[in-house]
Design a protein around this ligand. Structure first.
Ligand code: CP
Length: 307
């Protein structure tokens, strides 16, 4: 059996193309499993996993929990609100207390970039990054790549545009690393104020006109405007952002080509996407959510072999 080259999943940056392909191939097998009448396998029986979320989540948290349960792991859930973090306990103390209860793997979301990397240097359990601030969201990029492959096949040479708030997005960076390792061409599109300064140095095309980006790409992965991370104004108003960078169904239909529309969620309906685009035949947004469970099963299963 092939093995993944790492004990932790901290970011796509640390994975090899072989690791990514192994995860995506393994996810295909798990997708078959979760579409059977009996959706469970005993692969992680006797493994205990803690989902430790210091930031809000709907999709990632539920998806990890379902993935763990489908693999027969024992699961505990922790969220910072309502915990002793509110009394001043440190991240390391919190996690060490959870591990003292004989936990084998920690899935963690945290608002600080690098928080899972810090933990991985201090504890023995496998760490899975479920999103660290504006840095990386590796399982989102893997499920995005899986969903793109399902729809358009091998990604080598395919054109993917990532459109929206790139500056505050952890999904953008993980997607860029993942797609480049799979041989795709990547473009980012958004107002200059929402593109990080380093973006031109990491081998992506830059575009400020959303119509041009849509004409260029096979897949448009549209990102949320992350108002909760914006301490200053990056554009005059949401209305103006929507006017210049929002995508509606008419724009997609008028391209006269097949285009795949993606969004990691949660969607700001009427801002980056209109409802008629988000719910159109171009959209695979709910397929992404479905595939997240199989991809996370693959990640947990492969990392568990590293103990
Ligand atoms: N895509 C994503 O990470 O969604 P949640 O914040 O709901 O987990």
């Amino acid at each position: 059996m092939q093995a993944i080259s790492t004990k932790h999943l901290l970011g796509i940056k640390d994975l090899t193309a072989n690791d990514i392909n192994l995860i995506l191939e393994t996810a295909k097998e798990f997708k078959d499993v979760i579409n059977r009448p009996i959706k469970k396998v005993p692969s992680l029986r006797d493994v205990t996993i803690a989902n430790v979320f210091f930031e809000n989540s709907t999709r990632t948290r539920l998806s990890f929990e379902l993935a763990e349960k489908r693999l027969s792991a024992d699961v505990v859930n922790f969220s910072a609100s309502g915990s002793s973090v509110k009394k001043g306990e440190t991240l390391l103390d919190t996690v060490n207390n959870i591990l003292a209860m004989k936990v084998d793997m920690v899935v963690m979301r945290h608002s600080s970039p690098g928080a899972p990397h810090y933990l991985s240097k201090h504890i023995k359990a496998n760490i899975v990054n479920a999103g660290d601030g504006t840095h990386e969201h590796p399982t989102q990029a893997l499920l995005d790549a899986f969903s793109m492959q399902e729809k358009i096949g091998d990604l080598a040479g395919k054109k993917i545009a990532i459109i929206g708030d790139i500056l505050h997005s952890r999904v953008a960076l993980s997607n860029i690393f993942c797609l480049q390792k799979l041989g795709a061409e990547v473009m980012v599109c958004g107002p200059n104020t929402l593109l990080p300064k380093y973006i031109r140095e990491i081998g992506v095309k830059v575009e400020h006109n959303v119509q041009n980006a849509l004409k260029w790409c096979d897949v448009a992965n549209v990102l949320r405007i992350q108002l909760e991370r914006q301490q200053i104004k990056y554009f005059p108003s949401l209305r103006e952002y929507s006017l210049y960078f929002g995508i509606n169904k008419k724009m997609l239909d008028e391209l006269n080509k097949e285009i795949v529309l993606m969004h990691p969620g949660p969607i700001n309906r009427g801002v980056e996407l209109t409802s008629d685009a988000a719910d159109s035949h171009h959209s695979i947004i709910l397929d992404q959510v479905e595939n997240g469970v199989a991809v996370r099963m693959a990640v947990l299963y492969l990392l568990a072999q590293q103990n």
